[in-house]
Write a new protein. Sequence first.
Length: 298
Amino acid sequence: MDGVLTLSDGRELTWREDGDPEGVPLLRLQGTPGSRLSGLAQESVWRELGLRVIKADRPGYGGSTRLPDRGIADVASDLVELLDHLGLDAVPVMGGSGGGPHVLALCALYPARVTGAAVVVGVAPLEEGDLQGLIEVNVEVWRRARADDWNGVHAICVEQRDRVIPDPLAGFRKIMDKAPSEDQDIMNDPRWQESLVTDVREALRQGAEGWADESFVLSRPWDFAVEDMSIPVVWWHARNDKNAPLSAVERLIARMSIVDLRRWDKAGHLETFRREREVLLELMSRTGTPAPPPRPKP
């Protein structure tokens, strides 16, 4: 089910529900760039676990109105308006990659609206020492953002969008050409490929501005304090992540009071594709949601 919400400032926010329409509500925040169509390859997992999965396009992606100069906190405010619209007081929240900081902002700024949180291969603030071996596009975006060069970040995103839109798989492979073998294996999976094509084309259909806005704000000092968080977070991360380095994550969580870091060996940035069920079962166990009955043996 798709919907459009007019926010209090007049912008439109497009949102979607998948999984079990009568299930337990879960807010799922996609990576960068991404749309409300993210993760559709996991539909069977969501239904199996009895989850009503709610997703929304962040500003400038999909059908949501762009918000120039937006922060991370602005998205948290948008999501609270969406929860109000849906009549939901508090929900578990899961976010991956660029969605991770938005999960943390929601927890820090609106703790009453979150029953538990999971961050998966989440982005963390980088320093020079974290850059060695990272995906080259991410390094250049970070350097330009740190120089306060939004136009430079935008130019990179426009270039990448022009490559990705005609052939999302080829474009994404070009970006990820130095990704570890674990990520390369996932990129060969037909279900992952189908999901990526659908998601990326929807995410970037407006243009590259939403992608540039998000990349810029994630690469600069964040507009909320992780030290303020009171919601327990389980953070799942891959040791061989070449998009979001573990060194940056470990430095960030050292500032957080209630976080459990769980590391995946022999895994890369796309590992969530294989681990959705594991992550969600753990999150459900912390929010009082009963586990589904055992699956019958084949």
